[in-house]
Write a protein of this length. Structure first.
Length: 213
């Protein structure tokens, strides 16, 4: 069962939640909402010394590429911080499949993450789990290489089993363009990948623009 919180500012509510929960392990997301959330969190100057940072999905591009989720997180959130570890997904292997296999092993060995941050696309995707993708049916892997002709770059992504093992999943959803997707997810429309997310605890932080019809 998910908890839906209507908040005035999604980025500030995300920063509040992370500071309050103080996860020892966190998987970061990508996209504009995540960028805003990480900017707000950085302003709280959290203590990263005991935190292991992971990435819930990534585009298969160099970290210095403008589309890199890790590159964004390093610029916006982690610059000057010294986490216990930053587990790069983009550089985990010399090919997307090798990176996925290595990260799968890393997650298997590490165990459940305290917090997985997820965004929501207007089509109901989350991480790099897109509608109709074979990646949605993977049950024997925690991390896979995926991609299609509709989305830029080959991708690396947590699978549903990886997300389900998290103690807490936090969705951050802002703006009217997410309204229909969020309504469908909350109504349990399993054609929308985000509606299939399960975890120890699932919290949606959403603003009025995304929540109200
Ligand atoms: C990615 C993200 C993706 C993102 C959503 C929302 O790598 O693109 O992980 O799942 O979180 O597409 O992105 P916006 O906040 O930019 O709409």
């Amino acid at each position: 069962m998910a908890t839906v919180c209507e908040v005035g500012s999604v980025p500030e509510a995300f920063a509040d939640l992370v500071v309050q929960r103080a996860p020892r392990s966190i998987a970061l997301s990508g996209g504009g909402t995540a960028t805003d959330c990480y900017r707000a969190l950085r302003a709280r100057t959290p203590d990263w010394s005991g935190v292991e940072v992971f990435f819930g999905d990534e585009r298969s591009v160099p970290v210095d590429h403008p589309d890199s989720n890790e590159g964004m997180a390093r610029r916006v959130l982690l610059e000057g911080a010294i986490p216990a570890a930053i587990h790069s997904l983009a550089t985990a292997g010399t090919t997307p499949e090798a990176a996925a296999l290595a990260y799968d092993g890393l997650l298997c060995g590490y165990g459940p993450l305290d917090l997985v941050h997820l965004g929501l696309g207007p089509d109901g995707h989350t991480a790099s789990l897109f509608p109709g993708s074979p990646a949605l049916e993977v049950s024997d892997r925690l991390v896979i290489a995926t991609g299609d002709d509709l989305h830029r770059h080959p991708r690396l992504t947590f699978t549903f089993p990886a997300i389900a093992s998290a103690r807490l999943v936090v969705f951050t959803v802002a703006g009217t363009e997410k309204r229909d997707a969020l309504a469908g997810v909350l109504a349990g429309d399993v054609a929308l990948p985000a509606a299939r997310v399960r975890a120890g605890e699932v919290v949606f932080l959403a603003d009025a623009a995304a929540l109200r019809a």
